[in-house]
Design a protein around this ligand. Sequence first.
Ligand code: 0GY
Length: 302
Amino acid sequence: MTLTPPAFAMDLDWRCFHPQPAKPTFRLPAGAVDTHCHIFGPGAAFPYAPERKYTPCDAGRDKLYALRDYLGFERNVVVQATCHGADNRAMLDALVHSDGKARGVATVKPDVSADELAEMHAAGVRGVRFNYVRRLVDPQPDAYYLGIIEKIAALGWHVVIYFEAADLIEKWDFFTAIPTTVVVDHMGRPDVSKDAHGPELARFITFMERDNIWSKVTCPERLSASGPPGYDDVVPFARTIVERFPDRVLWGTDWPHPNMKSHIPDDGKLVDYIPRIAPTAELQRKLLVANPMRLYWPEEMV
Ligand code: 0GY
């Protein structure tokens, strides 16, 4: 007997996604979109990037779409994960096998060609992600990202930025000069041990007062010190952002939850967290349906 070793061995301390998430008690509104999730490989078909900073457990599109149906979402936005670098093949493969139910956010380099961008657009990509989190990537100078913005703006794409709270001060001038719609991942990662009425969240609110800035109110599991199932310490931060900017917020599961060290989040419980940060049916409809549809499927808006 010969045993074929897996193409990539995941990191020894890697936590795979939850094997049996709970069925949510919160019923998602019809047409709900999970706007932040990833595909990992599988590595044998879509190799992880040589420059990656982690090697995950495989988490392919079939598993993502099964979770979508189980939780009650109708659509996904698949965000290119850093373990695939700027090789978007796994994400694009997920989009073209989604029956039109998935859009994507890619990672590209400034030398990306117009033909490559057009192909990605046809597959469903509507944005690019600039990642400033040093444990995930080596951030590049502004000129690098400006070269990308010049190319993608003509397609009507937006920019997703992922940064740590302290980076907002340093990158303020650059971030506020981006001419496209800008979507901030996970509320700019606030330190939720601080006061939700303190200067850090106030700074983020000032940032969001620009009409082109949106925020994903995602990832309580990453930000929380109090932990599951309620992620109570994150609630006042996310609820403030949702109530203040109801037309520019998005929600997503973050499946398969890369780099979670404290615990494996239960995706069903994460869905049950939504009404705590968006307490009315109207806020829920905007967060889960109207806003993501406007950004990712505007052609379907009546
Ligand atoms: C997230 C967060 C993380 C990872 C990535 O692309 C990625 O590797 O985004 C993280 O480790 O904080 O949004 O999934």
